[in-house]
Design a protein around this ligand. Sequence first.
Ligand SMILES: Nc1ncnc2c1ncn2[C@@H]1O[C@H](COP(=O)(O)OP(=O)(O)OP(=O)(O)O)[C@@H](O)[C@H]1O
Length: 246
Amino acid sequence: MSYSIEIDQLSLSYKNTDFKAINNLSLKVKRNEVLGLLGPNGAGKTTLISMLTGLQRPDKGKIFIEGLETSANIHEIQKILGVVPQEYALYPKLTAKENLQFFGSMYGVDRKILKKRIDEGIEKMGLSKFSNKRIDTFSGGMKRRINLLAGVLHEPKLIFLDEPTVGVDVQSKHVIIEFLTSLNQAGTTIVYSSHLLHEAQSFCSRVAIIDHGEIQVEGATKDILVSEGRVKSLEEIFIENTSNSK
Ligand SMILES: Nc1ncnc2c1ncn2[C@@H]1O[C@H](COP(=O)(O)OP(=O)(O)OP(=O)(O)O)[C@@H](O)[C@H]1O
């Protein structure tokens, strides 16, 4: 089995709405790909990710993660998933290390292994000097780096990232993308949701542009950029294939 994610005809409507937030959406993501899940505000990205990570149940359709159907295997699946939300999920009064120890033990990582992963991760993120400093003294970029580490201490096979570099300086962005690239090279599949199309174009091996809960464009990044006989930017492709009604 070579797919990390298989989505088959998925639909979901929120209560008291008369439209489908996700409408009969099918998508396959191969193992070890970096998928950019892109779309304008309100397109359905968060709704789709919430179903993929087991937070919401679809009205219709099926999802398989690493070959396991989600509704019947959600606990097993959550052990192999890493979710890095856009909001910081960190305790401000604890140090960076204490936060990571907390999240690592929540995932049940063995103490010795956890210590090694925390030390290595903090070093890769360029934050060794700050490991014993409280999170509330950190800049936005530093918090975002620790937030990312917190979501991957259990070495998930598949990571969902929601705007991992939004609002951070160029240095932090660079460190974060390098870190994610090294995880991907080690075999991790990544689903990356962002409005930063320039970053998505260079980082993602595959792109799915969604709007109105449906896939508008999907394919290998290098293939979808070639359109009407010329190479376009991802931004051009995005604008051509999405509405600006929100
Ligand atoms: N809890 C909810 N109740 C009702 N409607 C909702 C709810 N959450 C989202 N929606 C609607 O579902 C649609 C998809 O929203 P969703 O948050 O998934 O979009 P998104 O692509 O993640 O947008 P953004 O880029 O702004 O985060 C939108 O029309 C939104 O208004």
